[in-house]
Ligand binder design. Structure first.
Ligand SMILES: [Zn+2]
Length: 69
């Protein structure tokens, strides 16, 4: 449960759900379970940087289950 106060205090995630370069939803992370939060997550199609693992986890916690691994 996220309060309105939390929403206001929080910046929206910078993670790109859809790749700005190729429009793909696909992402790839070498080893998500054993990588630090600052690890870059890349596009599964064109290899562009989409965000960090921390941002990805943030989205997952909010229930946005839209990724194709
Ligand atoms: Zn891409």
């Amino acid at each position: 449960m996220i309060s309105a106060e939390d929403m206001a205090a929080r910046e929206p995630s910078r993670f790109k759900i859809v790749c700005e370069d190729c429009g793909s939803l696909s992402i790839k992370v070498a080893d998500p379970a054993n990588s630090p939060n600052a690890t870059l997550v890349r596009c599964g199609r064109c290899n562009a940087v989409r965000g960090t693992l921390e941002e990805l986890h943030d989205l997952a916690r909010r229930g946005n289950d839209v990724f194709e691994f």
